[in-house]
Design a protein around this ligand. Structure first.
Ligand code: SAH
Ligand code: SF4
Ligand code: F3S
Length: 441
């Protein structure tokens, strides 16, 4: 047996946590850890957590509860909590769950190897600082292993918007952009290792200012990388959607015609109370401008129902906005009270009304999603293939609009791009035929 130690990471929350988990796994690789897929095998368990809604945060404690037996059997097991719950609750986590050895906030991941060493020596290890340095400069670089065709790349982190319902400005801190040169290096490295589509990540990704030309400038520079076929970015705030970025949607072929642009609600009264800093009308105008630049653009969004003091009329305004925009897909949530946020102090909507509104909202969003998916039948789409499907000879990939597309064609391999004609729309995916493979660009 080698001396390799085993690390199990469980990731909750947003795509940024997925990216961070990859980077932490690589950093711990440098400490002799190899990633495993079950907690039973692990010498170290790391939960990368999310604090956005109460349910998300509570999952952490129920998951920790499941490790009690493991810790009793294997006293050397190190249990760590990373991510936004770590940042929000800090040492409180160890008080509530004494089996936790290590707590590390999202801006301190470069300290993880040191913290792990402290925990191994039997000490409790905690770091939830917001240091000035860029943690990614101090985290070991990714090893040169081959990668799948799609990857996330964090370019911006944190948020200065302080929407009245949201914990992110507290858990991720102030907005910070990574320098464009580092992002370009990381993107080239990913492409050399087989990546063909990069999704740029940020809590407020379009507030990115690490490039002279902002996010649009970064996207245009990334588009010059040979072999990189597709660029996406998420999540954007409507108020940071500047002219340059709107123009890029019309001019940069590699930028996919799909945009996640959350609005949260359609009533101006509620938008104001949410501190979103724009009206429903301004949002709809913005979408018109985006569609002028890129007529085939599909939109996705996030919605909150039952925000404090939301009336039935306010909720109806959200439905009206959705009817006006027509979304390709969307996420919707019942408002969840978060400690320390201004909205938690306001009069709350009762649970039954929230349930009822969520159901009606989701019915409308599902119908729109289905309509736009069904409208693909008979059309040609471009698919980036990711992996084999469940049936022999079948491959699955994603269209420009992130629709899953199944094609039967033995010639296709993961990482291939092809134009395919859609002949069927199923409950969760499309079926394509007549694939015409495209050369790497
Ligand atoms: N930066 C992104 C959102 C990050 S959080 C933006 O500005 O849109 C992801 C989504 O979670 C939000 O868009 C919102 O819809 C939802 N969310 C955030 N806080 C919430 C809360 N307290 N209750 C319910 N949903 C919430
Ligand atoms: Fe949260 Fe997004 Fe608002 Fe920032 S802009 S406070 S991340 S919802
Ligand atoms: Fe959750 Fe933190 Fe992301 S609260 S949504 S993991 S930024």
């Amino acid at each position: 047996m080698t001396g390799t130690k085993k690390l199990y990471i469980k990731t909750y929350g947003c795509q940024m946590n997925v990216y961070d988990s990859e980077r932490m796994a690589e950093a711990m690789g440098g400490q002799g850890y190899e990633e495993v897929s079950s907690p039973e095998e692990a010498d170290m368990i790391l939960l990368n957590t999310c604090h956005i809604r109460e349910k998300a945060a509570e999952k952490v404690y129920s998951e920790l509860g499941r490790y009690k037996g493991l810790k009793a059997e294997k006293p050397d097991l190190t249990i760590g909590v990373a991510g936004c719950v770590a940042q929000a609750e800090g040492a409180e986590i160890m008080r509530r769950q004494p089996m936790v050895d290590l707590v590390v906030g999202p801006q301190s991941y470069h300290k993880l190897p040191q913290l792990e060493a402290r925990a191994r020596e039997g000490h409790k290890a905690l770091d939830t600082d917001f240091p000035e340095e860029d943690k990614f400069d101090h985290l070991k670089r990714r090893p040169k292993a081959r990668r799948g065709p799609t990857a996330f790349l964090t370019v911006q982190e944190g948020c200065d918007k302080f929407c009245a319902f949201c914990v992110v400005p507290y858990t991720r801190g102030a907005e910070v952009s990574r320098p464009a040169a580092r992002i370009m290096d990381e993107a080239r490295d990913l492409v050399e290792r087989g990546v063909r589509e990069i999704t740029l990540l940020g809590q407020n990704v379009n507030a990115y200012h690490g490039h002279d030309g902002g996010l649009a400038g970064l996207i245009r520079e990334l588009a010059t990388i040979d072999g990189l076929a597709r660029i996406r970015f998420t999540t954007s705030h409507p108020n940071d959607m500047d002219d340059a970025l709107i123009a890029a949607h019309g001019e940069v072929d590699k930028l996919m015609p799909y945009l996640h642009l959350p609005v949260q609600a359609g009533s101006d009264r509620i938008l104001k109370r949410m501190n979103r800093q724009h009206t429903a009308e301004q949002y709809i105008r913005l979408i018109e401008r985006l569609r002028d630049a890129r007529p085939d653009l599909h939109l996705s969004g996030d919605f909150i129902v039952g925000f404090p003091e939301e009336t039935e009329a306010d909720f109806q305004a959200t439905l009206d906005l959705i009817e006006a925009v027509r979304y390709g897909s969307a996420f919707s949530f019942k408002y969840s009270e978060r400690p320390g946020t201004p909205a938690a102090e306001r009069p709350q909507v009762d649970e039954a009304a929230k349930d009822d509104r969520l159901q009606r909202l989701q019915a409308l969003l599902t119908r729109q999603q289905r309509e736009l998916q069904d409208a693909m039948v008979g059309r040609e789409v471009e698919v980036l293939f990711e992996k084999p499907g469940r049936l022999p000879g079948q491959m699955v990939g994603k269209s420009e609009y992130l629709h899953a597309v199944h094609v039967h064609d033995e010639r296709i391999a993961p990482g291939d791009l092809a134009r395919v004609r859609i002949d069927h729309s199923g409950p969760n995916s499309l079926r394509g035929v007549e694939a015409v493979l495209q050369k790497p660009q």
